[in-house]
Ligand binder design. Sequence first.
Ligand code: NAD
Ligand code: GLY
Length: 375
Amino acid sequence: MASSDTSRVPDAGSGQIRQTLPVKAGAGAYDILIGAGLLDAPASWAGLPESAHGVIVTNEVVGPLLASRLMRGLAGRHARLSVLELPDGEAHKDWATLNRIFDHLIQQGCDRRTVLYALGGGVVGDITGFAAGCYMRGVPFVQVPTTLLAQVDSSVGGKTAINHALGKNMIGLFNQPLRVVCDLDVLHTLPEREFAAGLAEVVKYGPIADAAFLEWIEAHAHALRQRDPEAIAHAVRRSCEIKAQVVGADERENGLREILNFGHTFGHAIETATGFGTWLHGEAVACGMGLASALSARIGLVGVDVERRLAALLASFGLPMRPPQLPPQTWLELMRRDKKAHAGLIRFVVLEEVGRAAVRPVADELVIDVIRAAA
Ligand code: NAD
Ligand code: GLY
């Protein structure tokens, strides 16, 4: 997938280089800003609506770390700016937490012009985007992703959702943000395990869309693990570029966007079966990408060298490659609920070569064989 143009804009406030990457999705368009020191720089928020109410939706971990910096950046933009701290974790990506957002908005007298700022990882981003799409039939929101995973994936493209006990991200809607602001400085406090989970989604873009990017990740694996700022900036930028191109071509996942689900059919089944939050999303996706590349090799699309190459890279980031022990029937039942399934037929994102993916139905027996071989 070709590189698109990003502009490198010197930030007037900090002197840092800030990159602006445009996203076109459906009828709308918005920018992803990527750089250091963006949270408290007023320039990051310029041009967004200055309505009476602003609400920062965050969680009990991220709020104490970062809400005051964001409030500095937003100073003067809203007559009333409140902060709502949700409980932390994937287990709380549910109706009860969604309702807490609605309770807050109603109690604060928020109107249709209220702007929501989703300050957190993918959980906060997904649930806030969903709430924004429903409150008073829709209010604007801004994604302020604070995990690597959210910066390279979940904050871009407008997928919002909560989990259902029977399936991951089953209830939600497409709702694009007004802007995505990726402040690279916030990643310093991210726990090691969460950082590795984010690297899984970075790796994903190589095999599905950009062989040269996969080579770059392999060559910079050490720098990435060490959180080298230049390596992280490149990984975030290239990941967002690829995601923006895919979403731009297929916002509602009628075709091409399905490739972004590489590893997710297995991964979502792992998350649901083991209880949300037991495996991190990125960990489940890493294991799922190992299985999906093994499946691709098994049906003769790529050689086993591709499967081994991906598994080695993901394992070098400390990501788990061995799937949990689940009865075959459980795997199949959960994967039949996957949103890519058609009439009960499970469809998998497979690799046709490194840098090119496709979606195919695969016989149940083959899938179970591949899982057994990896377990
Ligand atoms: P998360 O939101 O649970 O964040 C991970 C942990 O890191 C949490 O404990 C959080 O409080 C903490 N944290 C966040 N920022 C921090 C910081 N700067 N410093 C210290 N701690 C910090 O998990 P995630 O990995 O960011 O996101 C996973 C979620 O994203 C899943 O629910 C997944 O389904 C969703 N997702 C959505 C999309 C999409 O397109 N919408 C894509 C990929 C994943
Ligand atoms: N993370 C998959 C998608 O955004 O489509």
